[in-house]
Design a binder for this molecule. Structure first.
Ligand SMILES: Cc1cc2nc3c(=O)[nH]c(=O)nc-3n(C[C@H](O)[C@H](O)[C@H](O)COP(=O)(O)OP(=O)(O)OC[C@H]3O[C@@H](n4cnc5c(N)ncnc54)[C@H](O)[C@@H]3O)c2cc1C
Length: 402
C-alpha cells in the first residue's frame, strides 16, 4: 500500500445500473469519479427490465435514453389480468403524453444501461471504471473518506471527498455504517423463466407487461427484445433442483400454452425477495443509493427506477456541495426526500401489488378488483393512477420535502 493514497472527489462502490448512473451524472458535471466494481463487468442477470417515463427523462439528460429506446421495446400499455375470470384491465400511458415526452415504458434489461454507461465513462478523462475491484473497508473523518479496494494483485487505498454505496442488496458499505435494514423477506421464492417462444401468438391481447393475479399461481409476463420472461412464486419448501427442472418448466408453461413441454428456456433463476429500507441513506460523507438503501418486490418495476431517482437526487446535491455552492446539510435533505418516498410510495405500492397478485376468491380480493375496475372506468382517477404508477407522483412528493 502506498503512503499517499490517490485522491478523487467521489468513489462509487458498485457498477450496477445505479452506480453507473451516479458516476455518469457526476462525471458529466466535471467531478472526478472512481467506479469500483467487484465483478469483471456489469452482471448479465434477469432482473430489472422496465424503465418508467420519468426515469427515461432523467436518463435523457445523460444522453442514454435514445440507446435504450433503440435497444428495448416500447410498451405504452400494461395490463392487470385475473387468471380465473380472464378479466383484463389495460392502462395506456399515452393518456399522460401531455406531461412527458416518454409516454411509455421501455422494456430492456438493466445490464444494457450499466454496460453502455460504463463504456462511455471509460472514455472520460475524469472517470475511472475499476472492474475486479471490491470495496472492502472505509474510514471517514472531517476531511474525506479513505476507501480500501481489494483486487487481483492486493489491496490499495484511495482517498475521496465522498463515498457512494451503490453495492446492492448485501451492501458492505451499509454494513460498515452499521445502519439497520428493517423489513421482511417473503416466505416464497420467485422463479423467473425466460423463453424465445412467441407466447403472444397463443395468448390473445398480451401487452409487453402483464400482471396476472391468481390465488394458486400468480404470474408476471414481461417481454424484452430477446425473450419473454415469466415470473411465478414457488414454495420455500420445494427443492430448488425441482424448481429449475424440466418438469417444473413444463408445468408452468403447460398452464399457459397448449404444449408446455415444447417450450425451450434460456434461463431459470430463483430469487428471494425482500421489503427493506435502511434507517438512514447517509452518514456524514457516505451515501447509500439503490438496492443498498432499499429493497422491494418487482411487481410494478420500481426497484431500479427508484434507485436511479436516488442517484439523480443525491448527485445533484453532491455536485453543489463539491462546487462550494451548497452546504453538506443538503445530504440530510437527500435522506429525507428519498427515504420518505421509499416508505410512502415504493414500499407501500409494491406490498399492495403483491396482495392484488395473490388475490383469492375472497371478499377482499373482489373489493380490490372492483376498485381497480372503477378507477379504470373513471378518466380522472385513471390519470392519477397512471401518474402514480409511472412514478411521477413520488418524485413530486420528494421535491416538496424541504
Ligand atoms: C426478478 C427481478 C425483476 C426485477 N425487475 C425490475 C424492474 O422491472 N424494474 C425495476 O426498476 N427494478 C426491477 N428489479 C429490481 C432491480 O433489479 C434492482 O433494484 C437493481 O438491480 C438495483 O440496482 P443497484 O445498482 O442498486 O444494485 P445491483 O444491480 O445489485 O448492483 C450492485 C453492484 O455492486 C457490485 N458490488 C457489490 N458489492 C461490492 C463491493 N463491496 N465493492 C464493489 N462492488 C460491489 C455488484 O457486483 C453489482 O454489480 C427486479 C429485481 C428482480 C430480482
Amino acid at each position: 500500500m502506498s503512503a499517499h493514497p490517490k485522491r478523487v472527489q467521489v468513489v462509487i462502490a458498485g457498477a450496477g445500473p445505479v452506480g453507473c448512473v451516479a458516476a455518469t451524472y457526476l462525471a458529466q458535471q466535471g467531478i472526478d469519479v472512481m467506479l469500483a466494481e467487484t465483478g469483471p463487468d456489469a452482471a448479465q442477470d434477469l432482473r430489472a427490465s422496465t424503465f418508467h417515463p420519468p426515469t427515461l427523462e432523467m436518463l435523457d439528460t445523460l444522453g442514454i435514453s435514445d440507446y435504450l429506446m433503440e435497444t428495448g421495446l416500447n410498451a405504452p400499455v400494461y395490463c392487470w389480468r385475473d387468471r380465473k375470470t380472464g378479466e383484463v384491465l389495460s392502462f395506456d400511458l399515452s393518456e399522460i403524453s401531455d406531461v412527458t415526452r416518454f409516454p411509455f415504458r421501455i422494456q430492456c434489461e438493466q445490464y444494457y444501461l450499466a454496460r453502455k454507461l460504463a463504456e462511455r465513462l471509460q472514455e472520460m478523462p475524469n472517470a475511472q471504471v475499476m472492474y475486479g475491484h471490491r470495496v472492502i473497508h472505509f474510514e471517514q473523518d472531517n476531511d474525506g473518506v479513505t476507501v480500501s479496494l481489494e483486487h487481483m494483485t492486493g489491496i490499495s487505498q484511495v482517498r475521496a471527498d465522498y463515498l457512494i454505496g451503490a453495492d446492492g442488496a448485501n451492501s458492505l458499505v451499509r454494513k460498515w455504517l452499521d445502519i439497520e435494514f428493517d423489513g421482511f423477506t417473503y416466505p416464497e421464492h420467485f422463479l423467473c423463466l425466460s423463453t424465445k417462444q412467441p407466447i403472444h401468438d397463443e395468448i390473445p391481447n398480451l401487452s409487453h407487461v402483464n400482471y396476472v393475479s391468481d390465488p394458486d399461481e400468480w404470474l408476471v409476463l414481461l417481454r424484452v427484445p430477446s425473450v419473454w420472461r415469466v415470473l411465478v412464486p414457488a414454495g420455500l419448501d420445494e427443492d430448488p433442483a425441482w424448481l429449475t427442472s424440466d418438469a417444473k418448466k413444463n408445468q408452468v408453461f403447460g398452464g399457459l400454452l397448449a404444449d408446455g413441454e415444447a417450450v425451450q428456456t434460456e434461463h431459470r433463476t430463483l430469487y428471494r425477495v425482500h421489503q427493506r429500507v435502511a434507517k438512514s441513506f447517509h452518514v456524514n460523507r457516505v451515501l447509500l443509493m439503490g438496492d443498498s438503501a432499499h429493497l422491494n418486490n418487482p411487481l410494478g418495476g420500481f426497484g431500479m427506477n427508484s434507485g436511479i431517482h436516488d442517484a439523480f437526487n443525491g448527485c445533484e446535491k453532491l455536485v453543489k456541495i463539491l462546487r462550494g455552492e451548497g452546504s453538506p446539510d443538503l445530504l440530510q435533505l437527500y435522506d429525507r426526500q428519498r427515504r420518505t418516498v421509499t416508505h410512502a410510495f415504493t414500499q407501500q405500492q409494491t406490498i399492495e401489488n403483491m396482495a392484488i397478485m395473490r388475490g383469492g376468491q375472497s371478499e377482499a380480493h373482489q373489493r380490490r378488483q372492483d376498485a381497480m375496475q372503477a378507477l379504470a372506468n373513471d378518466p380522472g382517477r385513471r390519470r392519477a393512477y397512471l401518474l402514480k404508477q409511472a412514478m411521477f407522483s413520488s418524485l413530486a412528493d420528494a421535491a416538496a420535502i424541504t
